[in-house]
Design a protein around this ligand. Structure first.
Ligand code: NAI
Length: 333
């Protein structure tokens, strides 16, 4: 079956890792029409809005997108295209699995965690205000609707993927109303899933426990900012940002992208690890029903990494972005 998928290569290392992944998907035999769209600086340079309506319309039409990272200017310039995209399309759940892979040295083996991050509100509401010069407020918005739907997503994910436990992470001892609402919505939803163990942790203690013994956790549910930070931490536990996948899921629409950013420090050098976007593409293949192909691509990737065949330098290899794509393609025949 031929698919139509929106493609946003992004900027920085985005085009390099996207090209590597497109090659691998082609080697695997994916029949696809890519609807190529742009966002961020690439769009601004063409005189367009950083998040062009054509890009949003394309995803609304195709229902699925593969996206590379897009740079957000720090402390000035346009607001985050990544946050804007998630809000505009109501991609309310951000899924970030972190699993150890053989051949990648890290502090732990056998880590298998899933971070579910609320994707639309909290301190990412973008509601910042200068009260008087030198005094700024930034609004943290937590709603019952968003907290309940992302909690339900986490439990449904746990059921569908044979997970045993969901842990809500919060700071409700200090932010009693906002994080308190997030926690109480979680507890209410948990009652509908008696077969899944449900508990909670305070964010600071969770970080300590994750670093000491990550294997004790299963699915972690966090509001937006905590999820952003903790998912980078869990990426670090399994070898870094170059290998972990991400998916933004909404109602009938999904955008698959790596957890990492545009990595300007290594952009244009053909050294970025394409594994993170490739793992995101594997999630995408399963999402569009290409389960057999997803399995083949994943096995080829796992085997290449386990044999350290042309792996990139962030995971201790000396291969390049394109050479690693060759290594995976050769395994796909
Ligand atoms: P980053 O994730 O781009 O880089 C952090 C570190 O990890 C850097 O040392 C980088 O070289 C390394 N790294 C990241 N991806 C890698 C890969 N595939 N292979 C090897 N090494 C890799 O985070 P940073 O520097 O904080 O952000 C850079 C830009 O990316 C910012 O403008 C930020 O807003 C944007 N960003 C975009 C995201 C998205 O589009 N979803 C997500 C996160 C950040």
């Amino acid at each position: 079956m031929k698919h139509e998928i929106t493609l946003i290569k992004g900027d920085g290392i985005g085009p390099e890792v996207a090209d590597a992944v497109l090659r691998i998907l082609d080697c695997a035999g994916l029949e696809v029409d890519w609807d190529v769209q742009i966002a961020g600086e690439t769009a601004v340079q063409q005189g367009l809005h950083p998040l062009p309506e054509a890009t949003l319309d394309s995803i609304r039409r195709t229902k699925v997108a593969l996206k590379g990272p897009v740079t957000t200017p720090i402390g000035k310039g346009f607001t985050s295209v990544n946050v804007g995209l998630r809000k505009a399309l109501n991609l309310y759940a951000n899924l970030r699995p972190a699993r150890s892979l053989e051949g990648i040295e890290s502090r732990y083996q056998d880590v298998d965690l899933v971070v579910v991050r609320e994707n639309t509100e909290s301190l990412y509401s973008g509601l910042e205000h200068e009260v008087v010069p030198g005094v700024i407020t930034s609004l943290k918005v937590i709603t019952e609707v968003a907290s309940t739907r992302v909690a339900r997503f986490a439990f449904e994910y746990a059921v569908a993927h044979g997970r045993k436990r969901v842990t809500a992470v919060h700071k409700a001892n200090i932010m009693k109303l906002s994080d308190g609402l997030f926690l109480s919505c979680f507890q209410k939803v948990a009652e509908e899933y008696p077969d899944i163990q449900a508990d909670d942790r305070i964010i600071d203690a969770l970080c300590m426990h994750l670093v000491k013994d990550p294997k004790q956790f299963d699915v972690l549910l966090l509001e937006n900012l905590y999820g952003d930070i903790v998912s980078d931490l869990t990426a670090g536990l399994v070898g870094g940002l170059g290998i972990v996948a991400g998916a933004n899921i909404g109602i009938g629409l999904s955008v698959f992208e790596a957890v990492h950013g545009s990595a300007p420090d290594i952009a244009g050098q053909n050294v970025a690890n394409p594994t993170a976007l490739l793992q995101s593409a594997v999630l995408m293949l399963r999402h569009i029903g290409e389960n057999e192909m997803a399995g083949r691509v994943e096995s080829a990737m796992i085997d290449a990494i386990a044999k350290r065949d042309r792996t990139t330098r962030d995971i201790g290899g000396d291969g390049s972005t394109s050479a690693f794509a060759d290594a995976v393609c050769e395994r796909l025949g």
